[in-house]
Design a protein around this ligand. Sequence first.
Ligand code: SF4
Length: 334
Amino acid sequence: MITMSRFDPILASKALWQIRIKKRPFVLSHAVNAKCNMRCKFCEYWRKESGKEPTRDEIFRLLDDAKEFGIGVYNAWTTEPLLRKDLPLIMAHAKKLGLITSMVTNGKLLYDRVEELENVDYLSVSVDGTESYKEIRRMDFETLLKGLKKAIEVRKLQKQKNPILMNCVLTGINLDDIETLILLAEKLGVKVSFEPVHEFPGINKEIWEEIGIRDKDKFRNTVDRIIEMKEHGYPIINSKTYLRLVRDEKMDYKCRASGIIINVTHDGTAETCRVHQEPLGNVMKDGFEKVWKDSAQKRKEIVENCEGCLFFGYTENSLMQSFNPEVLMHYEWM
Ligand code: SF4
């Protein structure tokens, strides 16, 4: 879970023990809440937001059980974690248990709340372009930038070890912004990641016609430019191996994601990954141990029948667990 450039032998051995020997996931990716404050065109989460939020005690119990199960990294995301007032207490609880903490935010509340995120080790902010940002995210880029700049300052004062990550989803409408975004990351002293938009079937066809990647030549040229800028030392966290798969729209890697990351929705439903949302069981009711054991066959079948995806967290971590040397050297995130 950690690259050779920032190799932490203790964490790496814990991850290997859990993933390879115990054959259990090391990362818990948790929908800590059920609501979002944005309406991004390509996202399916806000469209189906519903249901009761888990209480703080339920989340504390979930984290205690996750720790017992061998989870080493807690990632709070989907839909928008900062909508939870008690998020800092949840992150503090995870840290107290010895977990590495990570969070993905859309950035809308970053300006107001970043001081409270001292127990977040890895902070990712979704930044899909500059000029095209508003069209995609339906919020002014300046509002986001104000929060981002404040977050950079605050985290410096907090002496956080890891730089902020701007994560960018490549779509058909932000390809002209990508170079500017990389230059911005360099200027701000943050990292940037890329992944192609995943065309979830729950979103209507007209939206995909508008924002899906249709001009393939332009897309390939853009990804080539990202690779070139990576080679010139710009702060792009993706490996070149992954970026080449993205450029060529190839999914020919062995997916190990379900053995590394467990996805849990706000109501406790465990899922193989973001794409395959068939319930594997409920960890809030039955605990990680039982859900994991009982779902072995189902997980195996889902992965065997999967056509693949190119979410960077899944692909890069799968490549790392396959000991791909270039990825081990150059992928720079969790
Ligand atoms: S390759 Fe398939 S099983 Fe693996 S993470 Fe992607 S969608 Fe899920």
